[in-house]
Design a protein around this ligand. Structure first.
Ligand code: OGA
Ligand code: ZN
Ligand code: ZN
Length: 379
């Protein structure tokens, strides 16, 4: 190359801008070899960076930049796997994100009836392959049922700790789901509870919920799960304007008792910057009056109603009964949970706690490393 360029162009049409290459230099001056972390920030790089010279071998490209004369070597396969455009690239596609609908297998009740993702707790605990399978179900389907968890007080905390970290809240490390005299939450009564996500009044919301059944001798008290992403995707197909309304209307959720006052304002369906479905918050019990111009209220309510109908339908709701020793682990940003009412005379007692998806996905990634060595990075 004789004159400088702002773009590296390789055979086959792959193009890499100078500033992007310079920011991804992995030489010992640029990246700490132990941690793999970058040693500089964007303002340390010249704003007018260009490519002065290129040397290409069979398996690498070495670039010399100006004005600073820095030299960077890029392996050919590293470049090939990060194509930004050109025929073989995912031009315009967003990066993979485990939290979005792209990484999920959406389901209706009939898809999983009789084949719920289930693992036995002793194997989940002891066998990395079984734990990976369970966590993979949590990632892909949004939940896993663990059976054979000891029917003992606080055992739910051990389940959360087997793959992540308990999220302690104002309810404590765990909460008791049983009939109370003066319930602060309808979950602590014998009333039916329609499909909902927990704690939408928190930001960040707990991203994993666990419910461990200790006693279920009541007449009623059956459980339901709904794939909120599937319902959101249906709403988008069926009524794109309703989907727009639900994703663009902020809703405030609130919880207050003698010791706590919590609120968070988010849409019922959260999307990522490229509008992939990424989070559902849905809880009629804790929703405050929606604040919108009067002439937009009806459209919001129609969309909200349709979204609710999709989630409350028998087609959407997977119904089953928790038995003592069962522990449901579910993605509280996607899967809604419900229970039927029961006769207060029968005993029913669950213990629940919260945890987070980042810890579970980290555990899954580590379990999958097998023999592949990794480089550190990230803060
Ligand atoms: C809860 C809840 C459901 C049940 O405690 O968050 O929704 O099965 N409980 O009692
Ligand atoms: Zn460098
Ligand atoms: Zn709940």
């Amino acid at each position: 190359m004789t004159s400088s360029s702002s773009m590296l162009e390789l055979a086959g049409g792959a193009r890499y801008p100078a500033i992007w290459l310079r920011d991804n230099c992995s030489c010992a001056e640029c990246v700490d070899s132990g941690s793999g972390q970058k040693l500089y920030g964007i303002t340390d790089l010249p704003p007018d960076i260009r490519i002065r010279a290129v040397e290409q071998t069979e398996d690498a490209v070495t670039v010399e930049f100006e004005p600073d004369g820095h030299r960077s070597r890029f392996a050919g396969d590293w470049l090939a796997s990060r194509r930004l455009d050109g025929p073989a690239s995912g031009s315009g596609s967003a990066p993979a994100d485990d939290r979005t609908e792209d990484a999920k297998q959406l389901w209706q009740a009939a898809d999983l009836a009789g084949s719920m993702p289930t693992e036995m707790w002793p194997a989940f605990q002891a066998d990395p392959a079984r734990r990976a399978a369970g966590l993979e179900a949590l990632r892909r389907l949004g939940f896993v049922l663990l059976r054979g968890v000891p029917v003992t007080d606080r055992a739910v905390l051990g389940v959360a700790e087997s793959f992540g970290y308990v999220r302690r809240t104002n309810y404590g490390e765990l909460f008791e789901v049983r009939v109370e005299e003066q319930p602060t939450n309808l979950a602590f009564s014998s009333l039916p509870i329609t499909p909902h996500t927990d704690n939408p009044y928190r930001d960040p919301v707990p991203t994993i919920q666990l419910l461990h059944c200790l006693v279920n001798a009541a007449d009623g008290g059956d459980s339901g799960l709904v794939d909120g992403f599937a319902a959101a995707a249906r709403l988008r197909t069926e009524d794109p304007l309703a989907f727009e309304t639900v994703t663009r209307t902020p809703v405030t959720f609130r919880y207050a008792d003698a010791a706590a006052e919590l609120s968070a304002t988010r849409p019922l369906i959260g999307v990522d910057p490229v509008r992939r479905i990424r989070e559902v918050r849905f809880n009629n019990r804790s929703m405050l009056p929606v604040a919108l111009p009067a002439d937009r209220i009806e459209a919001f309510y129609a969309a909200y109603r349709r979204f609710a109908e999709l989630m409350y339908s028998g087609e959407a709701q997977l119904s089953f009964r928790l038995e003592p020793g069962d522990c449901l682990v579910f993605d509280n940003t996607r899967v809604l949970h419900a229970r039927t009412g029961f006769r207060a005379a029968g005993r029913r007692h669950l213990q629940g706690c919260y945890a987070d998806l980042d810890g579970a996905y980290s555990n899954l990634a580590v379990l999958r490393r097998q023999t592949r060595p990794t480089t550190g990075s990230g803060q």
